[in-house]
Design a protein around this ligand. Structure first.
Ligand SMILES: [Zn+2]
Length: 415
């Protein structure tokens, strides 16, 4: 990128470079061919792929160069400015003219006057020269975001994610999971952009199917869409969804076991090891997927996911995990809390002087979590919360991709 500020390059050639790099990326499985271009160029923290566009980088550098030139008090720079202005007067290509155009494409009106160059925004705010570069980038992100929102199919779930005020750092796993395999990242974008070859997709998006039947090929009950395949299919509930649920919860469970000295070390999030039904030592006991023996018959829901009895702190921790569809997170939380109210009462009687606490770990199928779930994890594992959360997200996302892969195999067989 070094020669960018000294050289003038034809924009068409830079655009060609961007096109070529997108082509290479798509041809090598780095991005779905139907994936939205604008999402590719958004930063990861906004759910984009964080690719840099040569064209925008060039334009930003040029604008910053022009601003530096007009703020520079070195006498020799005066000659450069005069040269540029002469070019402009005589109708030749000039840095001044070019950069005014580049800035205006982002809704900024450059005022290149020595020694305090500024820019006006469309809203009429005047920006000092040194802030213009950052504003160029913000404006670019805004326009890309707008484009993604307008993509009714590919942008729908991304938009829902952006607008979900309850979810925290929804794309943070993308930035934090540095070693995520490319196929994992590509796969998640495919799901986010609803590009799974479901019947709904083939009927309404690619229009490659004349079949008016859009019922799920696995359960035959509901429409075959991304939300259905990932979280609503009764044919997968006892198999794939259960595996995902356990893979996610065991990350937290193993960590608690380790903390109470019930095991020596916690296996990695991707280890196939499953917890035993029961663990015991002098300090604590823990139960995995074991129903609570209840004396009262009103306790129907006695099968809580996991239980840890901390004798030292006189606490009973009840853990419930759920991986619902994005929009059902809140509802799941409430459902879990009310479902186990009789059980909590029962346990309170069994452990009279103990504190009983139920923690609902709700993480949606694409890895989104609410503040409440993060707070629960923090209460349970303290400073290890961020790492544990990321490992749970990895487990959930990997399971989602496993489901998507199996589904694709199934659709290929149906062809
Ligand atoms: Zn189904």
């Amino acid at each position: 990128m070094y020669p960018m500020w000294t050289q003038s390059w034809p924009i068409a050639e830079l655009q060609q470079l961007d096109r070529e790099s997108r082509k290479i990326l798509k041809e090598n499985g780095g991005y779905h061919p139907m994936g939205t271009t604008d999402l590719l160029y958004l930063p990861k923290k906004f759910g984009g792929r964080g690719l840099k566009s040569v064209e925008s980088t060039y334009k930003n550098i040029k604008v910053k160069t022009a601003i530096k030139l007009y703020a520079n008090e070195d006498p020799t720079m005066r000659m450069v400015r005069e040269f540029e202005e002469k070019c402009e007067r005589t109708g030749r290509r000039s840095l001044k003219k070019d950069t005014e155009r580049y800035a205006s494409e982002r809704g900024l009106y450059l005022k290149l006057s020595y020694p305090c160059p500024t820019a006006n925004t469309e809203e009429g705010e005047e920006l000092p020269g040194e802030k213009v570069g950052v504003m160029m980038m913000i404006k670019e992100e805004e326009s890309k975001t707008k484009e993604v929102r307008q993509q009714k199919w590919q942008g729908k779930l991304i938009e829902a994610r952006w607008d979900d005020a309850d979810v925290i750092g929804c794309f943070s796993w993308l930035c934090r999971w540095k070693t995520a395999p490319t196929h994992t990242v590509v796969g998640v974008y495919e799901l986010y952009q609803q590009l799974l070859p479901s019947k709904i997709y083939q009927q309404y998006k690619t229009k490659t199917s004349n079949d008016t039947d859009v019922k799920c090929r696995m359960c035959g009950k509901a429409m075959e869409s991304v939300p259905h395949v990932l979280s609503g299919c009764s044919a997968l509930a006892q198999s794939k969804y259960k595996t995902r649920h356990d893979a996610a919860l065991k990350v937290l469970f193993f960590d608690l076991l380790c903390d109470m000295g019930l095991i020596e070390s916690a296996p990695s999030w991707c280890s196939p090891e499953t917890p035993k039904p029961e663990y015991k030592n002098d300090r604590a006991s823990a139960f995995w997927d074991v129903p609570v023996y209840a004396e009262k018959t009103e306790v129907r829901a006695n099968w809580i996911d996991a239980r840890v009895v901390d004798k030292q702190k006189k606490k009973v921790l009840l853990l419930e995990m759920s991986c619902p569809w994005m929009t059902n997170r809140k509802q799941k939380e409430e459902e879990k809390t009310s479902k186990y109210a009789p059980l909590r009462r029962e346990i309170r009687q069994q452990y009279p002087h103990y504190k009983i606490a139920q923690y609902n770990i709700i993480i949606d199928v694409l890895g989104g979590v609410s503040r409440k779930t993060l707070d629960s994890i923090k209460e349970l594992v303290g400073v290890r919360a961020d790492k544990i959360l990321l490992d749970i997200q990895k487990a959930v996302i990997s399971s989602a991709l496993n489901i998507a892969r199996s589904f694709k195999v199934l659709t290929a067989q149906d062809l």
